[in-house]
Design a protein around this ligand. Structure first.
Ligand SMILES: [Zn+2]
Length: 351
């Protein structure tokens, strides 16, 4: 059931612009009025339903070598599927939510990710406001024993609001970018550090999936080994403000110089560096002391509206942002720096 208008108003500040005390690397996008963060007194998360989810069928065709990962047309195809009228906005617990998760599990499988959900599947089930849904979790193992214990989490929420709101930008775009990064890393060969790909559910109802994950991490992904969280939420509306933000990039954190170097290498992208975005899925991880980079593009007209559709997707910049985020994951995975020590020292705030 979609949230009431009143409930929506409480949730909406989700991607909060207040956060953007950013210092754009180039032309500063126009200032955004501060918005108070949402009250975070979320309801307790119910335990997973007792009935186990169906185990994923084995043997899927390999799709990892199926084209260039960051090809904008391929990204657009993924968004088109997730934001189709048939899936009706993927509201938690709806048939469209289930269909979207089935599609994503199929992509995870054919990209060769190792399931890290329950019972050998990708799914980590939980209840979102009483509705059964799930996070989807797949792993690309690292191959360096010295750094292989470190985990870099790449996350994007798969749910949206439903009721005619299809959520192409929010957040089919982030999920498409996540799939592209998984494909690119698979093509590249084993990363040095382990990469965990997580499509979170229940985000629109109050970060329920990421909070559930942080409270119940899978055995293979203990929180104390997660050294970075790369969060992709709304990365398909670059044209709205002519900028993408990379928040969480505070002084002294290992990803910050990498993001700055990448911004210099991608002069066509205006990248806002710094600022702390609240109200998205990096939040529970930051609270656990895990540093993050939160990629986000403002959407001034269609945020949580019915006009957030495929037709408005900024496909070309979605490809560029996905490639940028993917290269950040590669460089973080390969860095000789001690990410675990940095996390212990600086947490997510870069003290
Ligand atoms: Zn979102």
């Amino acid at each position: 059931m979609p949230p009431s208008q009143a409930a929506l108003r409480r949730i909406v500040p989700a991607i909060v612009l207040a956060a953007i005390a950013a210092s754009p690397s180039r032309a500063a996008p126009p200032a955004v009025p501060p918005v108070a963060p949402p009250p975070i007194a979320p309801p307790p998360i119910a335990p997973p339903p007792i009935a186990p989810p169906p185990i994923a069928p084995p043997a899927a065709p390999d799709c990892a070598d199926d084209g260039a990962p960051y090809d904008p047309a391929a990204l657009r195809d993924r968004v088109a599927h997730l934001a189709s009228a048939e899936l009706d906005g993927r509201a938690s617990g709806s048939p469209g939510d289930a269909a979207g998760r089935t599609y994503l599990a199929g992509r995870f499988r054919c990209l060769g990710l190792i399931p890290a959900g329950v019972d050998g599947s990708y799914a980590q089930p939980f209840l979102a406001d009483g509705q059964p849904t799930a996070n989807l979790i797949g792993i690309l193992p690292g191959d360096d024993a010295a750094a292989g214990g470190d985990i870099i989490l790449v996350g994007a929420h798969h749910d949206h609001l439903g009721n005619g709101r299809l959520g192409a930008n929010d957040n089919a775009s982030g999920v498409a970018a996540l799939l592209a990064i998984a494909q690119a890393l698979h093509q590249r060969g084993k990363p040095r550090r382990t990469i965990a790909f997580v499509a979170f559910g229940g985000e629109e109802l109050g970060l329920l999936g990421s909070r559930y994950f942080a409270g119940h991490p899978p055995a293979a992904l203990p929180l104390d080994r997660i050294v970075y969280d790369i969060n992709l939420d709304m990365v398909g509306s670059y044209a709205s403000a002519g900028a993408v933000y990379a928040m969480g990039t505070f002084r002294g954190l290992p990803a910050t110089p990498i993001v700055k170097a990448l911004a210099a290498e991608h002069p066509a992208l205006h990248v806002g560096i710094g600022g702390r975005g609240v109200g998205s899925d990096h939040d529970p991880f930051c609270r656990a002391g895990i540093p993050y980079v939160f990629f986000w593009t403002p959407d001034r007209r269609c945020y949580h509206e019915r006009c957030d559709t495929l037709e408005r997707l900024d496909t070309a910049h979605l490809g560029a942002i996905a490639a940028f985020a993917g290269e950040l994951v590669v460089r973080l995975s390969d860095t000789p720096g001690d990410l675990a020590a940095s996390r212990r020292r600086s947490g997510c705030t870069g003290r």
